[in-house]
Design a protein around this ligand. Sequence first.
Ligand code: RP5
Length: 183
Amino acid sequence: MIESEISNSKFQIPVIGIIMGSDSDLPVMQAAADMLKHFEITFELTVVSAHRTPQRMFEYAKTAKDRGLKVIIAGAGGAAHLPGMVAAITPLPVIGVPIKSSNSIEGWDSILSILQMPGGVPVATVALNAANNAAILAAQIIGAFDERIGKKITDYKQNLEKEVYEKVQNLQSGNYPNTFDTK
Ligand code: RP5
């Protein structure tokens, strides 16, 4: 059962795989690792380059499910074929993070490479550099089956809501007109 696997605190096998085309992607992808730590979801993180290490990419994607991973988060910049190629090989859901890298044309190259997958091989694509959103989406996929993680997602969303109400309160204290909240 997925619930006992993931929620058992003694179970240390990573359930999310974070991969990226280069270590130059790490400053962006670090946010995914930080968010998964927040949700207390086990993960692994490494560099897998589709064009520099194609054999490694194939092996990673081919073995991912049998190694216990449930979701793969793949970040890449430029002609970013890593998420799509991994999605072509593994049956696991793949979440792609387009990265605005040093060789990028304002990020559009990686956005379109990851987003515009042909029919039959989807990659769930988040916004440019949005590795935190990739981790939240991965946690939501796991949380749909795992009660403990599902509760953490609910708490996270409630906290987002609370933060907005604090901002509303702060603006009101600054005497900005707001007939909506003034009863
Ligand atoms: C892509 O090329 C990587 O994902 C990275 O975003 C970009 C640049 O890689 P480096 O030249 O910094 O290794 O494959």
